[in-house]
Write a protein that binds this ligand. Structure first.
Ligand code: EPU
Length: 417
C-alpha cells in the first residue's frame, strides 16, 4: 500500500508550474475518436485518469503514440467494442465515449462510469440529450446500449448546466444531420477547450463558454491539434497553499480569468497577491478575514476548490461558512481535519469553520480526489507528521504533486509498505 508522509511547517518558495487541465484532457481524449484522421493533443497531464482513458482507446483499437505530454491519436482502425465496467468504472470521464462513439459509429455499449464518490452523480441529462438526437437507449444490468439509425440536430434544454452532459451532447451532435442548440449549457473553460478541438477538426460549434451552444453537423472531420488549457483547479489548490505557507511562491502557467472567483475571494480575505502575466506570486500572512462561500457552476466559485478552501478557512480569524450546492457528499475530508484539530461543524451541505486553529499531524484517509488534496494542504501546515492513506484518489488528478511540492521546499514523500 502506498502512503503520503508529510512533515509539516516548512515555508514554500520557488515556482510551481501548472499542468494541463484534468477535466479538459479527459474529454479531449475521447473526443479525438470522432476525427476521421489523426489528431495530436499537447500538454496532457500525466495522471492516472489519462492512463485509464488510454486503456479504453487501446481496447477500441485506436493507435496511440505518446511522447512526454504530447499524445497522437489515430482512430483509423477503430473497433466499436463493448466498454465493460472493468474499464468504465476507473473514472467518471469514461462517459465521454458515449457521445463520441454514438456520434462516430451511431452506437455504443458501455457500463456506468466511475469517479469520486461525492454524492449522487446521475447521467440522465446526457441520455435525454442522446434520445432527443434520435438515439434509443436500453439499460441492462448497468450496461447502456445506445444506438441510432440517424442522429438529427434538435433543440436540447438542460435542467442543470451540467459539464458532462454539455460536452457529451456536443460530441454526439458534431456529425448529426442539421443544427443542434444546447440551452442552459455549462460554461466551464474545459467546454471551450473541447469545442475548439472539434472546430480545429472542421466541426461547426459556436457559443461554447455561453449558455447557448449551437452545433451545425458536418460529415467529415480532418486532422487537427489542440493544447490542453492550464488546470484551474490545480492552480487554485496551490494558490490556497501559498496563502498559508508561501514565501514569494509563484504559481506559473495559469489563465487568471479562469481563477476569477477564487482570486476575488482571496482579495476579500485580504490575502496579498502579485499578478504578473500568466503567473501569480503569493506570500502567507496572518489574520486573514473570514468569508462565506457558495459553490456554483462556472464562473461561480468552483466546487472542486471548496475542499482545499476549508483548510485555509481554519486559519482565518472567526467563523466562515461554506455552502456546497453541487454535490451531496463533498465533506469527506472534514472528519479528518477535525481529527487534526480543526473546529468545523457540518449542517446539511454547509461547513461552519471556526478559526484560527493549529493543526496537528495524524493518520488520515483521502475519500476522494479533492478531499485528498485538502489533506495534503492540512498536512503541510500541521505540526508533526501526517500520513495520508488511499492516495490513489489524489494521483488520479494532480500531475507530479509530490515532486512539485518537494521542489518548493515541502517535506513530503510517497512510501510503499
Ligand atoms: N447532474 C444530474 N444529471 C446529469 C448530469 C449532472 O443530475 O445528467 C447533476 C450532478 O449529479 C451534479 C451536478 O449536476 O450534482 C453537476 O454535475 P456535472 O455534470 O456538471 O459534473 P460532471 O460532469 O459529472 C465535472 C467534473 C467535476 C466537477 C463538475 C462541476 C469531469 C470529469 N468532472 O463533473 O470534477 O466537479 O464537472 O464542475 O469533468 C473533480 O475534478 O474533482 C470533479 C469532481
Amino acid at each position: 500500500m502506498r502512503k503520503i508522509v508529510i512533515n509539516g511547517g516548512h515555508k514554500l518558495s520557488g515556482i510551481i508550474p501548472i499542468s494541463g487541465a484534468k477535466n479538459s484532457a479527459v474529454a479531449l481524449l475521447p473526443a479525438s475518436i470522432l476525427c476521421d484522421e489523426e489528431t495530436t493533443i499537447y500538454n496532457v497531464p500525466d495522471i492516472s485518469d489519462k492512463n485509464a482513458l488510454i486503456e479504453i482507446l487501446k481496447l477500441l483499437k485506436v493507435e496511440i503514440t505518446q511522447q512526454d505530454s504530447e499524445i497522437n491519436i489515430n482512430p483509423h482502425n477503430l473497433e466499436n467494442t463493448v466498454i465493460s465496467e472493468q474499464y468504465s468504472t476507473k473514472l467518471r470521464a469514461s462517459y465521454y465515449f458515449m457521445g463520441a462513439l454514438l456520434g462516430k459509429e451511431k452506437s455504443v455499449t458501455i457500463s456506468f462510469p466511475g469517479g469520486c464518490d461525492i454524492g449522487q452523480r446521475k447521467i440522465d441529462l446526457h441520455l435525454k440529450g442522446f434520445e432527443s438526437l434520435g438515439a434509443t437507449i436500453k439499460e441492462i444490468n448497468g450496461e447502456y446500449h445506445i444506438e441510432a439509425n440517424e442522429l438529427k440536430g434538435c433543440d436540447i434544454y438542460l435542467d442543470i448546466a451540467s459539464v458532462g452532459a454539455t460536452i457529451n451532447i456536443m460530441l454526439a451532435s458534431t456529425k448529426a444531420k442539421g443544427i443542434t442548440h444546447i440551452y442552459n449549457a455549462a460554461k466551464e473553460p474545459e467546454i471551450v477547450n473541447v469545442a475548439t478541438f472539434l472546430n480545429n477538426m472542421g466541426a461547426k460549434v459556436s457559443g461554447a463558454g455561453t449558455s447557448v451552444i449551437t452545433i451545425e453537423g458536418v460529415k467529415y472531420l480532418h486532422k487537427a491539434m489542440i493544447e490542453v488549457i492550464p488546470d484551474r483547479i490545480e492552480a487554485g489548490t496551490y494558490l490556497i497553499l501559498g496563502a498559508m505557507l508561501g514565501e514569494n511562491l509563484t504559481i506559473s502557467n495559469i489563465i487568471e480569468e479562469h481563477l476569477a472567483a477564487l482570486i476575488s475571494k482571496m482579495k476579500e480575505m485580504q490575502i496579498p497577491l502579485i499578478n504578473k502575466s500568466n503567473k501569480i506570486q503569493i506570500s502567507s500572512s496572518k489574520n486573514y478575514k473570514t468569508i462565506n462561500i457558495t459553490t456554483l457552476p462556472y464562473p461561480g466559485f468552483p466546487t472542486d476548490l471548496a475542499q482545499p478552501m476549508t483548510v485555509l478557512l481554519t486559519q482565518c480569524q472567526g467563523i466562515s461558512i461554506l455552502d456546497e450546492t453541487l454535490y451531496t457528499n463533498r465533506m469527506g475530508h472534514i472528519v479528518y481535519l477535525k481529527n487534526m484539530g480543526a473546529k468545523i461543524t457540518i449542517k446539511n451541505q454547509s461547513a461552519i469553520i471556526e478559526g484560527p486553529t493549529n493543526l496537528y499531524g495524524t493518520t488520515v484517509k483521502a475519500s476522494d480526489l479533492r478531499a485528498g488534496a485538502s489533506l495534503i494542504l492540512a498536512g503541510l501546515i500541521a505540526k508533526g507528521t501526517t500520513t495520508i492513506l488511499n492516495i490513489e484518489h489524489i494521483l488520479r488528478g494532480y500531475e507530479k504533486i509530490i515532486e512539485k511540492l518537494q521542489n518548493v521546499g515541502a517535506d513530503i514523500k510517497i512510501i510503499e509498505e
